[in-house]
Every structure is written in structure tokens, then in C-alpha cells.
Design a protein around this ligand. Structure first.
Ligand code: GAL
Length: 647
């Protein structure tokens, strides 16, 4: 595995660079990521390029055995570009163009912006594509950040029309797919179709879902243009992008497909704040400065599942940040714990953000491995500790990251349910998290995958809510079950067609044959209403959302006084369960135990267990000593410490 650092040499005088290189070398850093926000330094005016500083940086760090990963600088178009061509600007959902002075103020569909980003990326890769110390490229930075995933400019409107044409061919087909006859929306020309901005308080969910898909595809296509340039001029370099974990507005599976590997920015004390209204994990007694490893674990599981292989953490928090709700300082040991967590979850390269805390502008309250004064901070000292245990880290990162269970994740389902949650607090991510968390609390490895994944490695596939169903999904699930897999479907599965209409078939629509039962009624349940279950494999009550089924080929596994709520259907050599309520952790664990998905790990709350090959990695995210039972072994772990046990 490899350690790297996000480095901003343009923020410091060149006389300082060599001292930085020496300090990096001492800490085992062999990679710098540079230049992703340096467009105005590289190209201060439209016809002037300044390469010398970057040439010098790459050469100097190369002399210290440190390679360079270059970020294409398109997240920050310079002022000469935004002033000369205001049509490149992102327009928000209130139809207001973004002002210059932050970042991500561009539209990926602006032809002018595409032309300028084509030029700057080409110039960069022409210059550095064959450089012996350059190893790869990060495209742009965090697509969607600064609320930029969905743009409402006139270029997007035109591109949306084209996207719709390609999808539906005929306007009548679109009208049918969207149910446009409802509220007199029927269109007769593509050009009439508006972007569903906030000026329409009651948008059609089919229209809006297609707009969300289009917005995501816009970044896929924008990224593809950069990939093509990079691959042409630097075919031997790796190419990636840094995602924001569970960021819900862009389809990371689509974005990751053409990349060499996935990468993401892991901010344990920041992202859980942002995701708190979608994922509520209030149970643990985590230390105050570690963030939420359950929620971050879900993001790691997604990042592994994007390509079902090791990924990079392109920005690993290594001290306090400046954009969370509280931003506590990291105590010694916490950056080390996050690093081990990332490695345990499947990252094989950890790039910290950032090298030296800046004195400048937007992020001058943010930490780095070094303090603003250039001396080591907590993160740097933790990195020195990690170098002491480097052999163990390397061996751990090289172990297989197998999982018996995969959870099916679909951005279409996430968006469709966000548009129509039906109960105010329904969140697709919460549904996913409930299943993930029940397994994680038993120390069972889980990957998050989409419907294009190779499912062969998994004995069980859980779809907490396979809401929008397509023919390929039905075929995939059928084949998987017929070959011996167990599929578990949760509530609201099969309810919608691809264009976000409700299916006209009996529920669960296209999945009904596989389920072997019909969902005959469904309802959210108020929080104070629960229904007693009668079942041999799990106990307790059903709540949150309830669906009753009438069995055909399936057998009833759990019932309430009003009917069947859990079914099992034999499908070839495998089987399918339909769970007609939102199960508790304990119920999920009982169902899994019934399926033979168990572990011999007894975990106290606040401790994470990951199995990697013959290794058990135990991470204590609390401030107390914790005792874990691994089979008949008892392992004690100090506060915020890590134990790696070979089994
Ligand atoms: C990330 C971003 C970095 C930096 C960092 C601060 O989202 O990619 O450029 O802003 O946050 O925590």
C-alpha cells in the first residue's frame, strides 16, 4: 500500500518546498496530489501558461522518491474565463447563476466550458503525460460539491432535450412514460420541456427522475471527455476521481465504470453530520473526535463495491476540519484509527488532506499533517506511528476482502424515493443502513453493489427496497437465485417502472413470479403502531411500514393477525425472501442466522470488526478499553486503538 498527501505548493514560497519533501520522505509519503485547484496559476490569462513552478515541484519531489498525481484543475475555472464567458456558470435551482469566488461554478454541459477544459487538460497531459515522476490523474475534484450536481442553465435545458430524445425517440413515448396527461402536461415538442427547477413546486416525479439521471449522466459524459484526453496522451497512467462517499446526487457506479479504480474523500467528523438526516445511528458511545464509523463504514462498503476491488482514499482527514457542525481537534491516535479503518475496509492507498494547514482563504481553519507554522501536528505524528507498523498494514491491505453478503444499491431507487418518500422520514439510505448495520454489528463483511456487479462471490443478496424494476434486474436476480443464491427483498420492491410510474401489475410487479406471492396491501405505520409477529425464525413486532402478502408458490414464514408478512420462495437452487416490514437489527440478525450468515465475533458497541483473509481487524472507536470475543479468544483493545488478530 501507499501513503500520499494533498499538496498545494502554490500556497507557499518555493524555498519551503525542499523542507516539505524531506519531512514527507521521513514520514513514508511517496505520492503528492497537486494542482487540482491551480488553473489560474497555470493559466493566469487566456493566452499565457506558467509551467515552470509545476515542473520544479514534480522534479524536486521526484528526487525524494515522491511521485506526483496531477489533478485536472477544472473544479476552479479562473476569473478571465468566467468573465469572458458567463455562459459557463452553474445556474442553481432558483435559476440564479453562481458568482465567481468559490469553486465548482461551472456547468458540465456548457460547450464553452467543455472547450476550455479540453484545452487545459490537453496542455497538462501533453506536458506531463510522459514525465517519469508523474503516475496518474485525478479528474476535476468532487463532482457535485458546493451544490453543483444539478444545473438549470440553458445549455442544460438543450442537453436535457437531446438526452430525452435519445431515451424516448418519440415525444408520444415520453408523454406516455411520464404520464404527462396528468395535470395537462402533454408535450408536443422536445423544446417545450422545462427543467424541473424550484419555480415548479409540484414537479412530475417521472420528469424529475429523468432530470436527475440526466444531471448525473452529464458529469459522466464530462468526465469521459477528460478520460479520453488523458488516455490518449498518457495511456500508462492511472485515472480516477475523488467521490464524496454517500453523496446522493450522482451515480457513482456510472462515474466509476471507466476509471482505473474508485477513490473518495473520507472526512469522518464531517460527512456523518451531512448524512445525519438520512442515516440516524444514535446507538454508539463513540469517542467525541472519531466521527461515526458505522456511517463511514457504509461509505467504504460502497466505494469497494463500485468496482468490487481496492480503492484509494484520495483525501483522508488527518486532524480537525472546518465544515462540520463541531469540528473537534483530533487527539493523538485518531488519524491512525481512521487510516486503519480505511485499510481494513479495502483502501490500498491513503492520501491525507492536506500537507500543511493553510493560512489562506476558505480553509484557513482546517488542519493538515503540519500546523500553519510548518511544524508537525497530530496527523504527522500519527503517520510516523503508522510507519512503525507498516509491514502489518501492507500485509493487511494485501489480504482478500471477501464478503458473503452484498446489498443492492440503486441511485434510481434513492432518487425516486427521495422524490416520493410517502412517509416524511423515509430515506433509502436509512433502509440500506439498517440492513448493513445489523450485519456490521456482528462483524460480518458486507459490500454495496449495483445491478451490474458480479454476484457470484456472495451467498446472500439483500435489496432493502428494489423499488424501480427493469427486465435486466429481474433477469439478474432470477439467475442469481437459480444458481443457489438467496435474495432478500424489502418493502416497496417492484412498485415502480423504469419511468417512475407505478406498475399496473399486481405487486410486487415484475418481481411477483420470483417472490411467489402478491403484495395485497401496504402502509406506512405511525411510530406508536406496531404489529405482533408470529414466526419461527424471528420474533418481536413489525413497524414503520407494513405489507401483507398472499402466497402462491411461496410459503408463509411470518404472519400478523391480518396476514402474511414474510415469505420464502424456492427459485431453482436458491430462494427468495420478501420481508413486508422494516425489520429491526435483531430481526435481521435472526433471519441471517437462519440462513447460516453468522459470525463468531461478539462485538461491544463502538468496535468495528473487518475480516480480511485470515485476519480479523478490530478497531475501537470508543474512549474505553473494549473486550471482543473472537470464537474462544478474548481480545482487549485500548481506547481508539487497533488490534490485528491472525485466525
Ligand atoms: C474536500 C475537498 C478539498 C477540501 C476538503 C476540506 O471536500 O475536496 O478540496 O476542501 O474538503 O475538508
Amino acid at each position: 500500500m501507499r501513503f500520499g498527501i494533498c499538496y498545494y505548493p502554490e500556497h507557499w514560497p518555493p524555498e519551503r518546498w525542499e523542507a516539505d519533501a524531506q519531512l514527507m520522505q521521513q514520514a513514508g509519503i511517496t505520492l503528492i496530489r497537486v494542482a487540482e485547484f491551480a488553473w489560474s496559476v497555470i493559466q493566469p490569462t487566456a493566452d499565457q501558461y506558467e509551467w515552470q513552478w509545476l515542473d520544479d515541484v514534480i522534479a524536486l519531489f521526484g528526487r525524494y522518491g515522491i511521485d506526483t498525481m496531477i489533478g485536472t484543475p477544472t473544479a476552479t475555472p479562473p476569473i478571465w474565463l468566467t468573465r469572458q464567458h458567463p455562459d459557463i456558470l452553474h445556474v442553481d435551482s432558483n435559476l440564479q447563476p453562481r458568482e465567481h469566488g468559490g469553486r465548482k461554478h461551472y456547468c458540465p454541459n456548457s460547450p464553452t466550458y467543455r472547450a476550455h477544459s479540453h484545452t487545459i487538460v490537453t496542455k497538462m497531459v501533453e506536458r506531463y503525460g510522459q514525465h517519469p515522476h508523474v503516475v496518474g490523474w485525478q479528474i476535476d475534484n468532487e463532482f457535485g460539491e458546493s451544490n453543483s450536481a444539478r444545473c438549470y442553465c440553458t445549455h442544460c435545458e438543450a442537453a436535457f432535450h437531446q438526452w430525452l430524445r435519445e431515451r424516448y425517440s418519440a415525444i408520444a413515448t415520453l408523454n406516455e412514460a411520464w404520464g404527462a396527461v396528468f395535470w395537462s402536461q402533454t408535450y408536443s415538442e422536445w423544446a417545450q420541456i422545462p427543467l424541473p427547477s424550484d419555480n415548479n413546486p409540484r414537479p412530475n416525479p417521472s420528469h424529475k427522475l429523468d432530470y436527475y439521471r440526466f444531471a448525473s449522466d452529464s458529469f459522466v459524459s464530462y468526465q469521459a471527455e477528460q478520460i479520453a484526453i488523458l488516455r490518449t496522451h498518457a495511456p500508462h497512467h492511472v485515472v480516477t476521481h475523488n467521490y464524496m462517499g454517500l453523496f446522493p446526487e450522482l451515480d457513482c457506479f456510472d462515474l466509476a465504470r471507466p476509471l482505473d479504480f474508485a477513490a473518495w474523500d473520507n472526512y469522518p467528523t464531517g460527512f456523518p453530520d451531512q448524512w445525519r438526516d438520512m442515516i440516524d445511528d444514535t446507538q454508539a458511545n463513540y469517542a467525541y473526535d472519531v466521527g461515526d464509523p458505522g456511517v463511514m463504514g457504509l461509505a467504504h462498503a460502497l466505494m469497494y463495491g463500485l468496482k468490487q476491488r481496492p480503492y484509494w482514499v484520495m483525501e483522508q482527514q488527518c486532524g480537525h476540519i472546518n465544515w462540520g457542525k463541531m469540528n473537534p481537534r483530533s487527539r493523538p491516535g485518531t488519524p491512525r484509527l481512521w487510516t486503519w479503518h480505511a485499510v481494513a475496509e479495502g483502501a490500498d492507498t491513503i492520501v491525507y488532506f492536506r500537507w500543511r494547514a493553510t493560512v489562506l482563504a476558505h480553509e484557513n481553519y482546517h488542519s493538515g499533517l503540519l500546523k500553519q507554522d510548518g511544524t508537525p501536528d497530530v496527523g504527522y505524528r500519527d503517520l510516523l506511528m503508522l510507519q512503525q507498523e507498516r509491514a502489518l498494514l501492507d500485509e493487511t491491505a494485501a489480504q482478500p476482502n471477501a464478503a458473503a453478503v452484498a446489498i443492492l444499491f440503486s441511485y434510481d431507487d434513492l432518487w425516486a424515493q427521495e422524490l416520493q418518500p410517502h412517509r416524511h422520514d423515509w430515506h433509502y439510505l436509512q433502509a440500506i443502513y439498517n440492513w448493513y448495520d445489523a450485519l456490521r454489528r456482528q462483524g460480518i463483511n458486507v459490500h454495496l453493489v449495483n445491478d451490474t456487479a458480479d454476484l457470484a462471490p456472495y451467498s446472500t443478496l439483500i435489496a432493502p427496497s428494489a423499488h424501480i424494476v427493469t427486465d435486466p434486474l429481474v433477469a439478474k436476480l432470477t439467475e442469481y437465485a437459480q444458481k443457489g443464491g438467496t435474495v432478500i427483498l424489502g418493502v416497496r420492491s417492484g412498485f415502480k417502472t423504469e419511468s417512475n410510474r407505478v406498475t399496473e401489475r399486481p405487486l410486487p410487479g415484475q418481481l411477483r413470479d420470483l417472490v411467489g406471492a402478491t403484495v395485497v396491501d401496504w402502509s406506512p405505520l405511525p411510530d406508536n403502531v406496531t404489529v405482533t409477529l408470529s414466526c419461527n425464525i424471528l420474533s418481536g413486532t413489525a413497524g414503520y411500514w407494513l405489507e401483507h402478502l398472499e402466497t402462491e408458490t411461496a410459503e408463509a414464514v411470518a404472519t400478523t393477525a391480518d396476514g402474511t408478512v414474510l415469505t420464502r420462495n424456492q427459485v431453482g437452487d436458491g430462494q427468495l425472501f420478501y420481508v413486508g416490514w422494516w425489520p429491526t437489527s435483531g430481526q435481521i440478525q435472526d433471519l441471517m442466522a437462519h440462513l447460516g450468515v453468522t459470525s463468531d465475533v461478539l462485538l461491544p458497541a463502538g468496535v468495528v470488526h473487518k475480516r480480511r483473509g485470515e485476519r480479523s481487524i478490530l478497531l475501537n472507536f470508543t474512549d474505553q478499553v473494549q473486550v471482543v470475543h473472537l470464537g474462544d479468544r478474548v481480545v482487549s483493545i485500548a481506547p481508539r486503538d487497533v488490534a490485528v488478530v491472525t485466525r
